[in-house]
Design a protein around this ligand. Structure first.
Ligand code: SF4
Ligand code: SF4
Length: 145
């Protein structure tokens, strides 16, 4: 994907680094499920589970792959992707800022906390870089996810 300032989300995450946007996991999961069906692995798994105990969980594995097929988001955050109720997006739009890096509060803002369980400090690191270096330099460098 071409580096693009419109792919920088309001929260500082970069949509181009998102597995939903890249879609590789969704493609691989779809293809693997197809192959498993073609080769009738559910039947084989039943027999083989005597020797390979984890195969007893084959159905769960297939179901999990089904969830991964849905790991897909074709739009960037600023292009209308992501949850429409996102408080961060709404807040930035209300303040008229391009993203939280233009806001003085991002290091203490509670609205960003819901990202922590998934992204750790990635968005904060990105926001610091965006604030310090500006958008163009940020696009050239490493982006945390
Ligand atoms: S929808 Fe919200 S959390 Fe998701 S990328 Fe956009 S600003 Fe960040
Ligand atoms: S208050 Fe500032 S840091 Fe928090 S969501 Fe709004 S713009 Fe982002």
């Amino acid at each position: 994907m071409k580096e693009n300032k419109n792919s920088i989300a309001y929260c500082g995450l970069y949509c181009g680094e998102c597995f939903n946007y890249k879609g590789e996991i969704a493609d691989l999961a779809r293809d693997l499920r197809k192959k498993l069906r073609e080769e009738k692995i559910s039947k084989a798994a039943l027999g083989l589970s005597k020797f390979f105990k984890p195969l007893k969980n084959y159905d769960i594995c297939y179901e999990v792959l089904g969830v991964m097929v849905r790991f897909r988001c074709k739009k960037t955050c600023k292009g209308g992707g992501g949850p429409p109720f996102c408080k961060i997006r709404k807040c930035c739009q209300k303040k008229g800022v391009e993203g939280c890096w233009e806001c003085e509060e991002f290091e203490i803002c509670k609205k960003l906390d819901f990202l922590k369980p998934i992204h750790g400090e990635a968005h904060i690191k990105n926001l610091k870089k965006l604030k310090k270096q500006g958008v163009d330099k940020f696009l050239e460098g490493k982006k945390y996810w």
